[in-house]
Design a protein around this ligand. Structure first.
Ligand code: C2O
Ligand code: CU
Ligand code: CU
Length: 421
């Protein structure tokens, strides 16, 4: 956990080796270490400088996924940091409490650099989140949990197979916070899990093996209005959700785990200690609203997602660094309509993401989004055949990417640029 010191946060991309498998060193990438990155905690209203450095032998960029930051600091493909270079990114935090993340974004190497370990969390806190009593003791009752499936060679090195699998490198080995077969030790209390799907292409549907429900308290970009009681929650690549699991009803002998939809164990829990004074989840968490005005705004930007593999397009086009696809005025809300056009075989879900903003989902196929998506979002899994309407506002100027967050689709050109003027 890294807190800013007088607003300064050092973040250096490094390469090294990590013992993921006992007795074997795997070549990995990381921020401020050899694998993955720290959790950075920043506060609304605070002036922050991210002091970024590249100690790797290849170029990279530093992208702050979900952060409302001026385009020049967003870390998209234009803002390359060469090996040995450093750069300060300054901005004022101007968004509500949320669990965000950061990762590289260089053209041609985003997917592979993330695959090898470049990813970290950013927590934003605000007055509201500090006032609310939520579990917030890092590593005690508040845990970042990133899920990444990986493929390894026989020598236990990352087997990055973008050529073999153009729809995203998927793996048979799950790493959680970079760890193989982890077990999370928790107390008999309400525990907050900040879930991030940090996989390149795989979707997860999280459930408890007991069938018990849990409370969802946040979407990608902020707290929901009231805790949502859920049996399961699906996250496509890049999406986050915060959930609270009540472990007070289990004991040390309980066999409890977070599982995927097909009941494969993802994360088993080990319960320790006596029942403590669990933090009660407040009934009201936020005041998110999609206004009548927003519901009635006309569609002013249309995007058609189409394709698979290397043939992936937005409005029939593939990414071009030198082409601005849309412009939008700073501070103005526009309705973006995203249509995922099926192909003869049906098509696939594309997790659609926009940089530099948190948007609201106005509708999915003309209907209100499910309760789990009623909150600030920066990514949304758009299923084949679906049409979603998003109310999008940028509070800063600059050039921002929008793309499919299946990182190999992004790499294959399923990305465009909006310039905010
Ligand atoms: Cu996670 Cu271009 O973003
Ligand atoms: Cu992003
Ligand atoms: Cu896609």
């Amino acid at each position: 956990l890294v807190e800013s010191k007088d607003g300064m946060v050092d973040i250096t991309a490094q390469q090294g080796t990590t013992e993921i498998f006992k007795g074997v060193q795997t070549e990995t990438l990381g921020y401020n270490g050899s694998f993955l990155g720290p959790v950075i905690r920043i506060n609304k209203g605070e002036k922050v400088t991210f002091r970024t450095g590249n100690e790797m032998s290849e170029p990279t960029t530093f992208h702050w996924h979900g952060v409302e930051i001026p385009g020049e600091g967003d870390g998209g493909p234009h803002q390359v940091i060469q090996p040995g270079e450093a750069k300060d990114v300054e901005f004022t935090v101007n968004q509500g409490a949320a669990t965000l993340w950061f990762h590289p974004h260089p053209v041609g190497a985003t997917a592979e650099q993330v695959y090898k370990g470049l990813a970290g969390f950013i927590y934003v806190e605000d007055e509201n989140s500090k006032k609310l009593r939520l579990p917030d003791e890092y590593g005690v009752n508040d845990f970042p949990v990133v899920f990444q499936d990986r493929q390894f060679t026989e020598e236990k090195q990352f087997d990055y197979q973008a050529v073999l699998n153009e729809d995203g490198t998927i793996g048979d080995t799950l790493l959680i916070n970079g760890t193989l077969n982890p077990k999370l030790t928790v107390g008999k209390e309400n525990v907050r899990l900040r879930l991030l799907n940090g996989s390149n292409a795989r979707n997860y549907t999280f459930k408890l093996n007991t069938g018990d429900s849990f409370q969802q308290i946040a979407t990608d970009g902020g707290l929901v209005n009231e805790p949502n009681e859920m049996d399961e929650i699906t996250l496509t690549p890049g999406e986050r959700a915060e959930i609270i699991v009540d472990f007070s009803k289990y004991n040390a002998e309980s066999d409890i785990a977070l599982v995927n939809e097909v009941d494969t164990i993802l994360l088993p829990f080990k319960i320790e200690g006596q029942k403590t004074n669990s933090i009660e989840i407040p009934e009201t968490l936020n005041d998110y609203v999609v206004t009548e005005e927003e519901k009635n705004l006309p569609v002013t930007k249309k995007l058609e997602l189409f394709g698979m593999g290397k043939m992936v397009y937005i409005n029939g086009k593939q990414f071009d660094m030198n082409r601005i696809d849309f412009t939008q005025k700073q501070g103005e809300t526009e309705i973006w309509e995203i249509y995922n056009k099926p192909d003869k075989m049906g098509g696939m879900t594309h997790p659609f993401h926009i940089h530099g903003t948190q948007f609201k989902i106005v509708s999915i196929d003309g209907k209100e989004p499910p309760i789990s998506q009623q909150g600030w979002k920066d990514s949304i899994g758009v299923e084949a055949g679906q049409t979603v309407k998003l109310a999008v506002q940028f509070n800063n100027k600059g050039v921002y990417m929008f793309h499919c967050h299946i990182l190999e689709h992004e790499e294959n050109g399923m990305m465009g640029q909006v310039e905010v003027i």
